[in-house]
Design a protein around this ligand. Structure first.
Ligand code: ADE
Ligand code: ZN
Length: 349
């Protein structure tokens, strides 16, 4: 189902020529929802597997891309790919690869989901070592490419509440100017948001900002529960909120920002096509929406592609992207000095 469009919007779509699309493609961008391991290029994972003599051939297609059937199989393949990332040095190398790719897509600020489960198994001491290595690589990328990275610690929902508590303790111990939030990912169909309330309370007390995946595979009830039971200020995806217009109004009123990943949703079949995706309708209804790639190589997307597709499909022009950038910066979990510097860089002041 597509949503209605007015004449002005139809005209904007009709007016999208090569030159306009090229300018939109090259806009400086902000990304709030990027899974660190999910951003690993398949060639990078294959190279590491070869170095470590691990046979991962079953997770790749003959053309070299990741091979999976659906979202739940994707989670398995994701974890298999991640299994070759063993040391802090491996994560540092991955950080360099990710930020080179993000910078090539004109991303100037990125928040990434990092999981202590994959970085030391929830042990605080080990987590600090991984984090140190990742931050060193991020600092080097900032100097080389002018891209700023911040981390959101990620409990993985299908690993259960006990592992989430260990992740939250790691988050609380490293909360500060770089680890800026807690954000749950993983299989939304496992357990309830409130099963993870302890972890979210622990993170909040440590001064961290909160987000949780909801309304990607489950309906609007899940989004409401993330807001009410965990007190999150952002939602990962959240797009199925569109099935409950009272909830849409609530998100708009409370300025709960959605980390929307249109290409991911279409690739995984949450919506049949971008024209049937609710991002534009949610924005028109006053919800703060942002644009991200989620796990770009898995979903054959990039930030440049996301922008061009939104421009072509919904007629999002430079003014609309500037408004989206303002909302994105307001919802970013970084400190005020970083936000102000980014506002200047994006000429939003
Ligand atoms: N982990 C990585 N990508 C994810 C997604 N799209 N939803 C939930 N958990 C994820
Ligand atoms: Zn995600």
């Amino acid at each position: 189902m597509s949503y209605p469009m007015g004449e002005a919007q139809r005209q904007r779509i009709a007016d999208m020529n090569e030159e306009r699309l090229d300018a939109i493609m090259r806009l400086p961008k902000l990304e709030l929802h990027l899974h660190f391991e999910g951003a690993a290029p398949p060639a990078f994972i294959r190279g590491l597997a070869k170095e470590k003599k691990i046979d991962l051939s079953k997770i790749f297609r003959p053309d070299g891309s990741y091979d999976y059937r659906d979202f739940w199989h994707f989670l398995e393949v994701y974890e298999a790919a991640t299994s070759v990332l063993k040391t802090p040095e491996d994560f540092a190398r991955l950080c360099t690869a990710i930020l080179e790719e993000s910078a090539a897509n004109d991303v100037v600020y990125c928040e990434t989901f990092l999981s202590p489960d994959f970085c030391g198994g929830g042990d605080v001491h080990a987590w600090k070592e991984y984090l140190h290595a990742i931050r060193e690589a991020a600092d080097a990328a900032e100097r080389a490419h002018g891209i700023t990275l911040r981390g959101i610690v990620t409990p993985i929902r299908h690993f259960g509440p006990d592992k989430a508590k260990r992740a939250a303790r790691c988050a609380a111990e490293t909360a500060g100017d770089w680890i800026v939030g807690l954000g749950m990912g993983g299989d939304e169909k496992m357990g309830k948001q409130r099963d993870f309330a302890w972890s979210f309370d622990c993170a909040r007390e440590a001064g961290l900002r909160l987000t949780s995946h909801a309304g990607e595979w489950q309906g609007p009830k899940e989004v409401r529960e993330a807001v009410e039971d965990l007190g999150v200020e952002r939602i990962g995806h959240g797009v199925r909120a569109i099935e409950d217009l009272a909830l849409v109004d609530l998100l708009a009123e409370r300025e709960i920002t959605l980390e929307v990943c249109p290409g991911s949703n279409v690739f995984l079949g949450v919506f049949p096509s971008l024209s049937e995706h609710p991002i534009d309708e949610l924005r028109k209804r006053g919800v703060k929406v942002t644009v991200s790639t989620d796990d770009p190589p898995f979903f054959h997307t990039t930030m440049r592609r996301e922008y061009v597709n939104l421009a072509k499909t919904f007629g999002w022009d430079q003014d609309i992207f500037a408004a989206v950038h303002r909302d994105t910066l307001n919802a970013a979990f970084c400190d005020a000095a970083t936000r102000d510097a980014l506002a200047k860089k994006l000429e939003l002041t």
